[in-house]
Design a protein around this ligand. Structure first.
Ligand code: PLP
Length: 391
């Protein structure tokens, strides 16, 4: 547990990235010493190939899918850019895909990363808690399928939101769109390794660094009847779908991290739920007007996204950072530039309250003491603000 603590800081930004799991580090160090190119036929190459294929098998086993359905990428961003293409071939249809429906709170790699023409893309609205409405999605898919034919629609809905932790009803969505043979793409970056199983979608997009693996490796998982147009062409690696010499060490680290996360999933979820309750109860006691986004929806147990009126996220973030606590304002990918969150805007929040949004996200190594440090730092921060307001 403590092996992942780099310092005496309190790291509560696991949705941005998780500290490297010791098992992943070990697997990567061992793999770095393997010389061969996995495509080479000699002994060195075969050793590297065995690492890649062994990792594929182990990842498939953790996810409950055949290893051949796991194709490695440089991360979820690349996987999303790759699979969300109108020229994806599918046994379900003979013409190019005609329409893409994208959840309003999707990560930018999905919202902006697809390769459909703007005129073919529609946004699926979410309610105040950040959930898409299954019946409305089914209607939209039915209308488009009537117009363009069965199997002509692709839709992209994430399993869990990175900013709020809100879970989407993927099982119900998959059942609702199946009669139209629509292709459901699910960004499962924030749920895999934290919740049991793989979302039941046609294509699932994954990233290693959210679950204790290294940054810069991920995967797309898809059925045998689907084949997106390659994004990277060249040597024909990954079933000719994703050319480029495999990142052997990162792939080995990915497999080790996913195995470790999968083995601990039950205990971690229970513990995360307890910490989430402590964080939200503590915040409510210290700041009675604190508001938790998505509180009315099922959420990841490790995520609390909250705002307190008149407290800008940037000010709070800096104060917490100086107190040794790392949290996030808005999504990690947009932190550094302070902009109101598009996720919260899609949920109907005005820029004023959305600008105060802070995300606290925990992981398997987070302790009760970490939560106490966070709440103590928050208490000191709001007391200092109150004193300044009086002075
Ligand atoms: N999807 C979600 C929900 C994420 O949280 C992230 C990372 O922030 C990504 C996709 C992008 O993943 P990667 O960093 O592997 O490109």
């Amino acid at each position: 547990m403590t092996a992942r603590r780099a310092s005496d800081r309190t790291y509560l930004d696991w949705n941005a990235t998780a500290p490297l799991h010791p098992a992943a580090r070990e697997a990567m160090l061992a793999a770095l010493d393997v010389t061969g190119n996995p495509s080479s036929p000699h002994g060195e190459g075969r050793r590297a190939r065995a690492l890649v294929e062994g990792a594929r098998e182990r990842i498939g086993a953790c996810l409950g899918v055949p290893a051949r359905q796991v194709l490695f990428t440089s991360g979820a961003t690349e996987a999303a850019n790759w699979v969300l293409t109108p020229s994806a071939a599918s046994a379900r249809r003979t013409a190019p895909l005609a329409a893409l429906l994208v959840g309003a709170t999707e990560h930018p790699c999905v919202r902006d990363g697809h390769r459909f023409a703007p005129a073919c893309v529609d946004t699926l609205p979410v309610d105040r808690d950040g959930r898409v409405d299954v019946a409305s999605v089914a209607d939209a898919v039915a209308r488009l399928s009537d117009r363009h034919g069965p199997g002509s629609v692709m839709l992209a809905v994430q399993s869990a939101n990175n900013e709020t932790g809100v879970l989407q009803p993927i099982v119900e969505l998959a059942a609702a769109v199946a009669p139209h043979r629509a292709i459901l793409v699910c960004d499962a970056v924030q749920s895999v390794g934290r919740m049991p199983g793989l979302p039941r979608a046609d294509i699932v997009v994954l990233s290693a660094h959210k679950l204790g693996g290294p940054k810069g490796v991920g995967a797309a998982v898809f059925g045998d009847d689907l084949s997106p147009e390659p994004l990277l062409k060249g040597g024909g690696q990954e079933k000719r779908q994703r050319s480029g010499t495999e990142n052997v060490a990162a792939i080995a680290g990915f497999a080790a991290a996913l195995e470790a996360a999968t083995a601990a999933i039950g205990a971690c979820a229970e513990r995360a739920g307890r910490l989430q309750a402590a964080i939200e109860t503590g915040l409510a006691a210290l700041s009675p007007d604190a508001f938790v986004f998505g509180a009315g929806a099922p959420r990841l147990p490790n995520t609390t996204c909250f705002a307190v009126p008149d407290i800008p996220a940037e000010t709070a973030l800096i104060a917490l950072d100086l107190a040794g606590v790392a949290v996030s304002s808005g999504s990690a990918c947009s932190s550094g530039k302070v902009a109101a969150s598009s996720v919260l805007a899609a949920m109907g929040y005005q820029a004023g309250i959305a600008r105060g949004a802070l995300r606290v996200s925990t992981g398997p190594d987070t302790t009760d003491a970490d939560v106490e440090v966070f709440l103590g730092a928050w208490r000191d921060f709001i007391h200092r603000r109150a004193e300044r307001a009086v002075a």
